[in-house]
Design a protein around this ligand. Structure first.
Ligand SMILES: [Zn+2]
Length: 262
């Protein structure tokens, strides 16, 4: 499932459609009305909040996209080439085409709709305007496992299962430890780790948490320290797999000991 870094990267890349009118259509048909409204509009800005992509298309409104589990936005150099029939939305300039396939959400919003959406999202570590104080005090008051809290988009927006596993490992915190039992230093460190880990992933275009001279050529299956690993890449201990907050969690029993919630 795409995490926040994918959507921020997309927002950055889709900005290449700005500067002139954008041709829009929905070959698959489920966004036919929205595409018709957007056709000929000008992209004023492409923005990401957590895992939500917001394309501000003047004068039509804002196209809100959530990729969900399987969604993908594909770039093609030849706007004259036909999109795949399952393309929900094609946006094209005279130089490039972007095809959105299998998103969980693709809808046209007005300003009020955007406000409703963003109001229910917590601060996003990838945004400069993120309210860190709000996150830290939310964590300090939350009795749920930190592994559950990290996936709650209303607390922090953009963190998915890979960042959850890798960030908790980086700070040495067991995923079921209640958020409010982290001390102040651990809360600060967790936020900083999320910020830098996610920002690095935007630049890299993928999540690589292992070090090495040629880290970007590391195969996908070996790119993380605990997520979907048999053994922790730091200390070699067998990674523990469990269910936390409805998703599969991975942690190192040595570096992330279960301290009974202390
Ligand atoms: Zn370890």
């Amino acid at each position: 499932m795409p995490e926040g870094h994918t959507v921020h990267r997309l927002a950055r890349d889709l900005a290449e459609l700005s500067g002139g009118p954008v041709a829009a259509r929905s070959p698959q048909g489920r966004f036919a009305e929205g595409a018709a409204a957007v056709d000929g509009a000008v992209l004023r800005g492409a923005d990401a909040v957590g895992k939500h992509l917001l394309l501000d298309l003047l004068p039509a409104g804002v196209v809100h996209v959530h990729l969900g589990m399987r969604g993908i936005f594909l770039r093609g150099d030849d706007p004259g080439r036909d999109p795949m029939p399952q393309t929900r939305l094609r946006l094209a300039s005279d130089r490039v085409a972007w095809d959105l396939v299998a998103p969980s959400t693709c809808e046209l919003l007005d300003e009020a709709g955007v406000a409703i959406l963003t109001d229910r999202l917590g601060p996003d570590p990838l945004r400069l305007d993120a309210d860190v104080g709000r996150v830290l005090s939310s964590w300090a008051a939350d009795g749920r496992p930190i592994g559950t809290v990290l996936l709650d988009q209303a607390v922090v927006a953009g963190v998915g299962n890979v960042f959850r596993a890798e960030a908790l490992h980086a700070v040495g915190i067991h995923p079921t430890r209640p958020a409010r039992n982290l001390d102040e230093e651990q809360r600060h460190r967790l936020w900083e780790v999320l910020r830098t880990m996610m920002a690095t992933a935007v630049e890299d275009g993928r999540i690589v948490t292992v070090d090495g001279p040629d880290r970007l050529s590391v195969p996908e299956a070996e790119a993380r320290r605990v997520y979907k690993q048999e053994h922790c890449r730091d200390c070699g201990a067998p990674v523990v797999v469990s269910q936390v907050g409805g998703r599969t969690a991975y942690h190192c029993p040595v570096e992330q000991p279960d301290d009974g919630g202390a």
